[in-house]
Design a protein around this ligand. Structure first.
Ligand code: HAM
Length: 429
């Protein structure tokens, strides 16, 4: 196929054999969020470029080199969203739904776009489920977010494979004081820093803490520690969060170098990481951003949230073989009909059954075919049972009911009794 007719590098089709696992994952998260009282919000995929520059920060990797930005026909600079927080803040401000201290607990799902170098677990179009809470400033809500994800890992069967890393960045004042101390220290060791860190030292010094360069890491060993610069309020907040995680029994690792790649954070930051996926090990990440709403033109409004990468979590489920059996079966019952008259009767019968069992996954054979070929299709569909309508069955107004997996003889069931019979043998989701 010519290159121009292929998908763009790093932007993947999710094929029919993969979608059941995606839907299982998304459904599990959606149910959990419902149960904790979160409401879904849907934002556009494209926003004014300015929105991301102002919120994520001009000197971040995302804004400097990863955004898909273009001019539309009006000459406006637009960007495919690289993340969801900025647009969510824009939306709540635009619609005034956080005014007067109204609490909002929101979640969203959808594709995000970053021009990163594609590799396993890192794509240019990827999908997040994200969540943002407005107007709650205590550590209790930070704890709830983490507790909720902990429950999710438990439900998905991947709890033992993820680790929680935690840090506090403090308020912007305490971070400012820390930044000064760090810059002073790093400037004294300027020549030992790698090139990227030298550049970051000028533009965004906290990001030097995030370096992967071994020599720079060695320099950082004796660098000032963020925890020593936390103001009392941030310290109390962080202690409050840790006490709650301890109360629920959620293990965590304090990582003083955890700074995150977006500029809007204050106080709590956290990442759930795994060593099961190779280099792209962060499956869920977030934190508090108490200054962001005000920075975007709103009244001071505390905020906290996180986002998880769906591709990475689906990969985890596959890698750890935590794929529930029931999702591999898409069809409960397959109806085979032989001859035109049987096909018509079969269609009507199928619809009557669907009326009575709306959750039954009933597939009606399409494309006619011999007994053998229809049976082959029934078997390949993964169905538990085949229903058979031929001349004999038509004459007696019954349907042949044949178990396809395991034991059991074929039986004849009267048309009127079919739905009731199916209800007893198929466990419906
Ligand atoms: P983030 O750390 O940039 O945070 O992304 C969150 C998660 O999205 C990552 O932990 C990862 O699982 C997934 N992810 C990010 N980039 C890629 C990629 N190129 N390919 C595949 N997966 C990826 C945010 O986006 C913040 N908005 C989170 C947040 C919400 N903070 C507060 N509220």
């Amino acid at each position: 196929m010519s290159k121009s007719l292929q998908a763009i590098r790093g932007m993947n089709d999710i094929l029919p054999e993969q979608t059941p696992l995606w839907r299982y994952f998304e459904g599990t998260v959606a149910r959990l969020l419902d149960n904790y009282g979160y409401k879904q919000i849907r934002m556009p995929i494209v926003e004014f470029t300015e929105l991301f520059k102002r919120s994520i920060g001009e000197v971040t990797d995302i804004v400097e080199k990863e955004m898909y930005t273009f001019d539309d026909r009006n000459g406006d600079s637009l960007t495919l969203r690289p993340e969801g927080t900025a647009a969510c803040v824009r939306a709540v401000l635009e619609h005034g739904i956080t005014g007067g201290g109204q609490v909002q607990k929101l979640w969203y799902i959808g594709p995000m776009f970053r021009h990163e170098r594609p590799q396993k677990g890192r794509y240019r179009q990827f999908h997040q489920i994200g969540l943002e809470v407005f107007n709650l400033d205590g550590p209790d809500i930070d704890a709830e977010l983490i507790i909720m994800t902990w429950r999710l890992w438990g439900e998905l069967g991947i709890r033992d494979a993820v680790k929680l890393e935690l840090n506090s960045l403090g308020t912007s004042e305490s971070r400012g004081r820390y930044r000064e101390a760090l810059v002073e220290y790093l400037t004294a060791h300027h020549d030992k820093l790698d090139e990227d860190s030298q550049r970051r030292l000028k533009s965004n010094p906290l990001r030097v803490l995030d370096t992967k360069n071994a020599e720079t890491q060695a320099v950082l060993v004796d660098a000032p520690k963020m925890a020593d610069y936390l103001d009392d309020e941030s310290r109390a907040h962080f202690e409050g969060l840790k006490a709650r995680l301890d109360a629920v029994g959620i293990p965590y690792v304090l990582n003083p170098k955890l700074v995150r790649g977006l500029d809007y954070y204050s106080k709590t930051v956290f990442e759930w990481v795994t060593d099961k996926l190779g280099a792209q090990g962060t499956v869920c990440a977030g934190g508090r951003y108490d200054g962001l709403v005000e920075q975007m033109g709103g009244k001071p409004t505390p905020g906290v949230g996180f986002a998880m990468g769906i591709e990475r979590l689906v990969l985890m489920l596959e890698t750890l073989e935590q794929i529930p059996q029931e999702i591999s079966r898409q069809v409960d019952v397959y109806l085979c009909a032989f001859g035109e008259e049987a096909e018509l009767a079969g269609l009507a019968l199928a619809e009557r059954v669907r009326d009575q069992l709306p959750n039954l996954r009933l597939q009606v054979n399409a494309g006619a075919g011999s007994f053998k070929s229809q049976f082959k299709k029934a078997d390949k569909s993964g169905a538990l049972y085949a229903l058979i309508l031929g001349d004999d069955e038509m004459a007696q107004q019954v349907v042949g009911f044949k178990p396809l997996r395991g034991q059991g003889e074929q039986q004849s069931i009267a048309w009127d009794a079919l739905a009731a019979h199916l209800a007893t043998c198929v466990v419906q989701g």
